[in-house]
Design a protein around this ligand. Structure first.
Ligand SMILES: Nc1ncnc2c1ncn2[C@@H]1O[C@H](COP(=O)(O)OP(=O)(O)O)[C@@H](O)[C@H]1O
Ligand SMILES: O=P(O)(O)OC[C@H]1O[C@](O)(COP(=O)(O)O)[C@@H](O)[C@@H]1O
Length: 319
């Protein structure tokens, strides 16, 4: 039997646990021996590598986060520590790794493969949905649903109290979560890092809306824009004349039980990862595009910055 391991690296997402569960099941079905690496690349270096069984993945399909733990490891950037990681894997005869993470993790694995010969398949996993080459990253749907729940709740109080609410979503420097949430939760204002804005340009239209009976405003703004969400709230008070509050959703967006879509995507990503490795793909990332699932090289994924789809961008509400 061949040995294969799985690890999580970078920001955790809801959907990792269903992926880990299916990894064990599908590996055993394919007559591979599955292993867990706890705490990402850090755990590879610290030898936290353990054989996995069906029992280890019982009752986890509905849980957010990752039972394996995730980490960002500075040591893995250094060759001498990657050599330690390789020694640890060799001792267990493991030469294949499935990595749930972002482009940084895949870049690290690419170096590890070229230098130490450990084959890998990357499964894009980040709530930011900011990996070039794939239209979907594991965890995004759950994060969007958490945001939707929060905005719907905030709308109740905003309408009752006649206030403006500025809701900040995560995304680092990518506005995907904010844009999709604004469109699907009916926000009056959406600000994202990819699009220049001038708040002055919204004043006339917002005042007109108030005259026409608008009782409250919902603004969805992304992490990474030029202003703090508290400053946008202040603008609502000072320039629009509306009492306002700012809510930063923060790490709530990384939790919650995985949606059906993320459970299904986890299943499909893992199937493709193992199939690809068994077919002899030694260093690939599975991307989901209009064509379906595709195996791409690390260069196709990590050499270019992710760009929001033009069609989606065209839906951004203007003043
Ligand atoms: N150039 C690199 N060389 C070796 N390891 C890397 C490299 N880039 C990233 N890594 C590893 O991948 C980890 C996760 O990368 P990071 O960019 O933080 O997250 P993400 O995978 O979400 O993009 C880093 O902490 C590091 O251990
Ligand atoms: O959990 P931390 O270290 O505070 O990081 C927060 C960052 O991680 C994210 O939640 C996810 O980013 P990654 O998936 O790229 O790690 C970002 O949206 C956010 O900017």
């Amino acid at each position: 039997m061949k040995n294969i391991a799985i690890l999580c690296s970078g920001g955790d997402v809801s959907g990792m646990n269903p992926a880990i569960k299916h990894f064990v099941e599908y590996a055993l079905e394919k007559e591979l021996t599955p292993y867990f690496v706890y705490d990402g690349f850090k755990g590879l270096i610290e030898n936290k590598i353990v054989k996995a069984t069906h029992k280890d993945v019982a009752g986890i399909i509905n849980r957010g986060g990752t039972i394996l733990g995730s980490a960002r490891s500075k040591k893995f950037m250094e060759k001498k520590f990657r050599e330690v990681a390789k020694k640890n894997l060799d001792a267990l005869n493991i030469d294949m790794l499935v990595v749930l993470g972002g482009d940084g993790s895949f870049r690290g694995m690419d170096i590890f493969y070229k230098e130490q010969g450990i084959k890998f398949c990357g499964i894009p996993s980040t709530i930011d949905n900011d990996i070039n080459g794939t239209e979907y990253c594991l965890g995004v749907d759950t994060a969007l649903n958490v945001i939707k729940e929060s905005i719907d709740n905030i709308r109740d109080t905003a309408a009752s109290f006649s206030r403006a609410f500025v809701i900040e979503t995560m995304g680092r420097d990518c506005g995907y979560l904010a844009l999709v949430s604004a469109l699907t939760c009916g926000a009056e204002l959406c600000l994202i890092p990819e699009v220049e804005y001038d708040l002055k340009e919204y004043e006339k239209s917002f005042k007109k809306q108030i005259k026409n009976g608008r009782r409250y405003f919902i603004a969805v703004v992304s992490e990474g824009i030029k202003e703090e969400s508290s400053e946008i709230a202040k603008w609502f008070e000072e320039k629009i004349g509306f009492e306002s509050r700012a809510t930063i959703l923060g790490h709530t967006q990384r939790g919650g039980n995985p949606t059906i879509y993320d459970r299904l995507m986890a299943y499909k990503f893992v199937n493709h990862a193992l199939d690809g490795m068994l077919e002899g793909r030694d260093e690939s990332v599975i991307c989901y595009t209009k064509k379906g699932f595709e195996y791409k090289s690390i260069d196709e994924v990590a050499n270019k910055k992710y760009q929001l789809d033009d069609k989606l961008l065209s839906y951004l509400k203007k003043f």
